[in-house]
Every structure is written in structure tokens, then in C-alpha cells.
Design a protein. Sequence first.
Length: 143
Amino acid sequence: MAIFVTAFDGNPRRSSGGLMGCVAPAITIAGNNFLRAAGSGKQAKDVSFSSISSIKNRLTCGQPVEMWNTEWGSWPGGRYAARWYNGHSYGLWGGNHAVVLKGYDDEQGIVYLSDSINGNVTRNAQVFFGTWQQMDSQAVVIE
């Protein structure tokens, strides 16, 4: 059974074979375990399935948002695993990759991201949000 919804599934030291990855509930659980152990009063919160305007409102208030997208910043490969959790379907997609959305510019049609692979980058906002929605609109914040 795939555990990728509530914990990392797979072996990051192997490049092939089986599932590898996790989704927003797993990050929320891990984040809360870390924050609690660190004595922080903050909490990770799964805000998946939010509207784009709700995500932008968080950014306007200074709150970055971890969001699921692809390694290459474009449309994902196929959905190769899916599981229902708390009334929602969460999936792993080809190119599955989480980034931190830290800003947007509607006039230029871009978003500003922190990406663990590529550093600080900008992406086309329409493609970014479209990919995010296709990949189950997954998002996590710290409050």
C-alpha cells in the first residue's frame, strides 16, 4: 500500500524502482513534528485545494506557500499514484516537485519561487498555477 500521503514513500538513495515522493499531508505531519520538537508555537497547515486568489492573499500578507509543481516548471507527466485522504484525492505525478511560492506580479504574469534544485527563479504564472491545479492543488503553509 502506498504511504506517500502521510509519509515519504521510497528510497531517495535509489534512482529507480517503486514510488518515490510524498504529498501535502505528509509534509504537514512532518512539519508539525519538527515545529513541536523545536518548541515552536507555529503549525504547518495543509491548504491544498485553495483558490488562486486565496493563495495570492496569503502572499500579500507576507506568508510564503509551499506548492506542488514540476522539476522543470512546466506541465507534469502522468499521474502514477493516487490515494484518497480526508475526502480528497492526492497523487504523485511525473516530475513531482515542491517549490516555495514567495511572490507574484500580475502585470508581468510571473511568479517568484524558491526552488531546491534551481534556486530563486521566476515562472510564467499561468503555466505555474495551471500545473499546480492539475497536480491536485497541493499547498502547505506555516502559521
